[in-house]
Write a protein that binds this ligand. Structure first.
Ligand SMILES: Cc1cc2nc3c(=O)[nH]c(=O)nc-3n(C[C@H](O)[C@H](O)[C@H](O)COP(=O)(O)OP(=O)(O)OC[C@H]3O[C@@H](n4cnc5c(N)ncnc54)[C@H](O)[C@@H]3O)c2cc1C
Length: 386
């Protein structure tokens, strides 16, 4: 449970992030995204601003902010350029898993360096044959003395190239039943012999940041890197980490949707047809009203899920609902913003087409929305048994 961040501190931090986006990110976002350029030069400022340590406890060198502030930060970054939020997205899943479940030695070794961004984290869960069906992973970690030997392949791993530590999910007991009892989570650090980054995936949106295949060929990892020191706990550890990931993805969706809405509002007041700004046509006003209402509702759901996480309560249902709703409305709002722009919305000169290409990542990533619905239904039925 994180202590609530005061409103003053929250506003101060959000304003600092806004300034960073305006000054350093807005001028380059469209070009870098279209040309798939990694924003190396923004990393030192992101480190200085403490963005790699926002939820890491202060005793380990982080800022110890609550998840409501965390959500606001992701929203602001994504208004400017959603890809940039990916650099710190899965980093915070690794830091959360270590803070919550790591041994004292693991916390002391990893968290201070993660807080400064010297160690940059990622989540290595998905495999070519295991995305939604997480428990079907086939990467194995077999104990050999004081080490584990890792073999397998991961797919779609954000920060796979530029991150240097992963929360790596592997089976320590491939025959366990139920399957999740055989899954463990390791801190995997680069460089390790036998590890290499495979394909770099060419994406529709979310461009500029690395999403890769990872190959583990007889990689040896110290047994001390088993998170929490006990085998078979990895599934639950990472599912808890994904609750924070879903808040981050939902907040990204709110940021992209807000940016699309802002662009539509501004364009509608400048573009004239039939002798008046299109904002004076009722059909456009109805669109703007619907978009603004949906963005507002999504934002409230994200803050509600974040507040529940802050209170220390399980929030898998609320985080899934927020992620489901915010990402779906983000897709709708991005499309509507494009329509408000007419032909100009389809051309790469304006960021509206980028919002439209970025939106599906939030629908698919961190668990697809179909899986979110299954999870929500499971919880509703559990809570309402007759
Ligand atoms: C750009 C990008 C970045 C990513 N970053 C990461 C990362 O950093 N780390 C990581 O580990 N993973 C990452 N992922 C992986 C992502 O989480 C998975 O792609 C996602 O969970 C879906 O898995 P899948 O692609 O295997 O689809 P599948 O599981 O094959 O699903 C295909 C379709 O079937 C549906 N479906 C599957 N099972 C069911 C069911 N039981 N009931 C109803 N519908 C179902 C799905 O909703 C989907 O519509 C990333 C993906 C992308 C595209």
């Amino acid at each position: 449970m994180l202590a609530k961040t005061s409103e003053d501190v929250q506003n101060q931090i959000v304003n600092v992030v806004k300034d960073f986006i305006k000054k350093d990110v807005d001028p380059i976002a469209s070009t870098y995204e279209q040309e798939d350029i990694y924003p190396h030069e923004l990393i030192p400022t992101m480190k200085e601003l403490g963005l790699f340590g926002i939820t890491i406890p202060e005793e380990y060198g982080g800022m110890g902010l609550d998840f409501t502030t965390f959500a606001k930060i992701f929203e602001e970054i994504s208004k400017g350029w959603m890809s940039l939020s990916g650099i710190i997205g899965t980093h915070h899943i690794l830091s959360h898993v270590i803070s919550t479940y790591g041994t004292e030695e693991q916390k002391n070794r990893m968290l201070p360096k993660m807080a400064t961004g010297e160690i940059r984290g990622a989540l290595a869960l998905t495999e070519p044959e295991a995305g939604s069906d997480t428990q079907n992973i086939s990467t194995v970690a077999i104990k050999d003395g004081e080490e584990y030997v890792i073999n397998g392949r991961k797919m779609y791993i954000s920060n796979g190239e530029h991150g240097n530590a992963f929360a790596l999910m592997a089976k320590t007991d491939p025959d366990a039943s139920p399957k999740h009892r055989g899954i463990s989570c390791f801190i995997f650090e680069k460089p390790t012999e036998g590890f290499k980054v495979g394909q770099h995936l060419d994406k529709l949106g979310y461009r500029g940041i690395d999403t890769c295949e990872l190959i583990f060929d007889n990689c040896r990892v110290p047994a001390d890197n088993l998170i929490g020191g006990v085998e078979g706990k990895g599934f639950g550890q990472v599912m808890n980490g994904l609750e924070t990931g879903r808040i981050n993805v939902a907040a990204r969706a709110v940021g992209v949707a807000q940016a699309a809405l802002d662009a539509a509002i501004s364009y509608s007041q400048q573009r004239k047809t039939f002798g008046q700004p299109i904002s004076q046509h009722q059909a456009i006003q109805l669109k703007l009203a619907d978009m603004a209402t949906k963005v507002h509702a999504a934002r409230l759901m994200v803050y509600d899920a974040a507040a529940k996480k802050d209170s220390g309560l399980r929030n898998d249902m609320e985080a899934s609902m927020a992620k489901l709703f915010a990402s779906e409305i983000c897709g709708e709002v991005a499309m509507e913003a494009m329509r408000v722009h007419g032909g100009a919305g389809y051309i790469k000169d304006l960021p509206v087409e980028r919002y439209y290409r970025d939106a599906p990542l939030m629908i698919i990533g961190e668990g697809t929305n179909e899986i979110m619905k299954l999870l929500i239904a499971r919880r509703i039925l559990e809570r309402n048994q007759i």
